[in-house]
Ligand binder design. Structure first.
Ligand SMILES: Cc1cc2nc3c(=O)[nH]c(=O)nc-3n(C[C@H](O)[C@H](O)[C@H](O)COP(=O)(O)O)c2cc1C
Length: 244
């Protein structure tokens, strides 16, 4: 947002907080407990929130995928009636930070944004650029210990690189130009040209397959809720195979 602010715009930040906590670093049971609600985009209760103004020229939504779906806090705010009224008819940009699989989740976001009447004008996806098999291990190291460092001192650092995080201002520089004109046509093409939403086809196919498998497990959990914990344990064990 820095280039947008430097261009004379006033920016307000709103952090979404859920009543139910998702403590960081993550423990294994809390991590896998997120599966049913995230996959079926079931909203959780939010802490009360308030914006200073009633209307905004642009809304930028920072989010992350959980289990190939929007995270529970994010899908909850997208289904909040007050928030839906705020973004109705407004240009929206989504920006995610994740391991490497965000496409499935973004498809769900698109539907939620459409239901709210918002106009999705741009998407930016920051990812861990290391090979899929490596980042699978390193992200669990980070999320499980809270340390964004090298596992055993030998694996690469997990998550979005510092270079990509600081380099993200190039997207802000572009957005600022469109905001000046308050015209959004062509933004996504321009963003894509400078690498805003890199798509790896091999990962896209894994996502499509794994997304369906996740949904089947969640349907089973909902059908036999008393066995939910057992199914979650199975998901826990077979999860790596979803992503290979
Ligand atoms: C429960 C859970 C599920 C996740 N599922 C995915 C996923 O499907 N795809 C992905 O690329 N990253 C996934 N991640 C990684 C998150 O996107 C990760 O939290 C993010 O890279 C770190 O950013 P944060 O500090 O905003 O959580 C998952 C993380 C959690 C905690």
């Amino acid at each position: 947002m820095r280039p947008v602010i430097a261009d004379g715009n006033e920016v307000e930040y709103l952090q979404i907080k859920t009543v139910h906590q998702f403590p960081f670093p993550w423990s294994t049971p809390v991590f896998f407990d997120t599966v049913p609600e995230s996959v079926n985009i079931i909203p959780t209760t939010l802490e009360p929130w308030q914006t200073k103004l009633a209307q905004y020229d642009l809304i930028v939504l920072g989010w992350q995928p959980w289990n190939l779906s929007p995270s529970i806090p994010f899908s909850s705010i997208l289904q909040d009636e007050k928030f839906k009224a705020l973004i109705k008819g407004k240009p929206v940009i989504t920006i995610s930070g994740c391991r490497n699989m965000w496409i499935n989740a973004q498809e769900k976001n698109k539907k939620l944004l459409q239901a709210a009447g918002a106009q999705l004008v741009g998407n930016i996806a920051l990812v861990d650029r290391h090979p899929n098999h490596l980042s699978y291990f390193t992200i669990f190291h980070w999320l499980g210990t809270g340390r964004k460092d090298r596992k055993w001192g030998i694996f690469p650092k997990p998550g979005v690189s510092e270079k990509d995080i600081t380099g993200a201002s190039k997207f802000g520089n572009l957005v600022k130009e469109y905001l000046r004109l308050n015209s959004w046509e062509g933004l996504q093409q321009d963003l894509s040209q400078i690498g805003a939403a890199p798509v790896k086809y091999s990962l896209m196919f894994i996502e499509r397959k794994a997304g369906k498998i996740f949904q089947k497990w969640v349907d089973l959990i909902n059908k036999f809720p008393q066995k939910g914990k057992i199914y979650l344990l199975y998901i826990n064990i077979i999860l790596p195979w979803h992503y290979w």
